[in-house]
Design a protein around this ligand. Structure first.
Ligand SMILES: [Zn+2]
Length: 407
């Protein structure tokens, strides 16, 4: 089922390489699914030639925080109760395709085993889709993820894990099933009804055990944390990415600067709930929590930018409030808070790749990297919003194959 990848020569490109805009126009040669060279080199006689013209060539975008199993359906509870995991995998595949068509060639999915199967199906060439890192949740009884399920939902013993031995076993079970990373929560949240952002979830010993076990098995740990005390609990442990970081104070910011963790702000979630929550009939408790949450999230982003905190691009795309395929909206939200378009393109390419352990594989246009790139009509370095218009992303190349061609 895998398609052969013929060589492609992109001629005379203005190129943002994942770090900066190159000064000269360059030729870029793709062969065997990889960037063979940028600048000058041998070209096979049968290479397909693409004239870049005025288009910008840039790495495929990366979203490090999506929920592919959460589609844009009106009745979320009904979906959760009535959709078996086998069918959820098809929803995930559909959402992954929508996101790819928006220019995102790599996704880190906070997911279920459906997304492990999706990653495997894509990697084996059974279906087309973006590169996926699939996560596994480790959550305590009554934790944020546990409470996102309806209370009457039939629960399996392995849905939650409490105590150091149990959380280690949960990590091992996920790794056995094929997950690429572990997702935990050290606070309650906003997109849930029974909990509060100020809850601190999991003990220090449990968080430490999860990080230790995951790292032993060469998996990174993504940690949802919104309330300040729980953010500090996460940063006091060895987590790799801090998701949201909503109500962070100056002390927590200092801890973040001293830690190796990368901040993933996910403004799209807050923006979607605040601007469209009422019209979408979201639970009143979400709306109540999200107003102050969005203000705090914006303050965190401003503070992080001024302090030079390392960030990576992530949207929390899920449901109807932050629909899959609209992932580029976060770029403009972050630029609105003071980041430059170039800083955001770095956050969504090379920095995102490095954050999720793919820094030598994607997120850059350089020899040896996977040939994941976009040809964009216009200049997102001066107008970041144009990436929200899919027609502007004229060609999307993933692993050397033209996956979308709108020319
Ligand atoms: Zn999320």
């Amino acid at each position: 089922m895998t398609h052969p990848v013929g060589p492609i020569l992109i001629e005379g490109a203005r190129c943002f390489d994942g770090h900066a805009l190159l000064r000269e126009r360059v030729d870029i040669y793709l062969d065997g699914g990889r960037v063979a060279w940028v600048g000058d080199g041998p070209v096979a006689p049968d290479a397909r030639r693409i004239r870049a013209g005025d288009r910008l060539v840039m790495p495929g975008l990366i979203d490090t925080h999506v929920h592919l199993e959460s589609p844009a359906v009106p009745d979320r509870t009904g979906y959760l109760v009535r959709t078996p995991e086998t069918l959820i995998a098809f929803y995930a595949a559909y959402n992954a395709r929508l996101t790819l068509e928006a220019g995102f060639t790599t996704l880190r999915n906070m997911g279920t085993y459906a997304s492990v199967a999706l990653r495997q199906a894509i990697d084996r060439g059974l279906i087309d889709g973006p590169r996926i890192l699939a996560g596994g949740y480790v959550d305590m009884t009554g934790g944020h993820f546990d409470l996102m399920r309806p209370l009457v939902f039939p629960r399996q013993p392995e849905d939650t894990a409490d105590g150091e031995a149990a959380v280690r076993q949960a990590v091992r079970r996920h790794v056995r099933a094929g997950v690429d990373f572990i997702k935990i929560a050290t606070t309650g949240g906003i997109g849930s009804e029974g909990d509060d952002s100020d809850w601190v979830t999991y003990s220090e010993a449990e968080v430490a055990a999860i990080c230790d076990e995951a790292h032993n098995l060469m998996r990174h740990v993504a940690c949802h944390a919104q309330g300040n005390a729980g953010i500090k609990r996460a940063l006091g442990a060895d987590i790799d990415t801090l998701e949201h970081g909503t109500f962070m104070d100056a002390d927590a910011l200092q801890m973040l600067l001293r830690s190796k963790a990368v901040l993933i702000p996910t403004l799209s979630f807050f923006h979607g709930v605040v601007t469209r929550g009422r019209e979408l009939n979201l639970p009143p408790r979400w709306l109540e929590k999200c107003g102050p949450g969005y203000e705090a999230a914006k303050a965190t982003v401003r503070m992080a930018r001024e302090a030079g905190v390392r960030i990576a691009y992530g949207t929390d795309s899920a449901g109807r409030h932050a629909p899959h395929g609209n992932n580029a909206g976060e770029l403009a939200l972050m630029v609105g808070l003071g980041y430059t378009p170039e800083q955001m393109l770095i956050a969504a390419t090379s920095a995102a790749a490095a954050t999720i352990g793919l820094g030598d594989e994607t997120g850059r246009i350089a020899a040896g990297f996977s040939a994941d790139l976009l040809l964009v009509n216009g200049d997102p370095l001066t107008d970041i919003t144009l990436l929200q218009d899919k027609r502007r992303i004229e060609q999307i190349i993933l692993r050397g194959r033209i996956m979308v061609d709108r020319t």
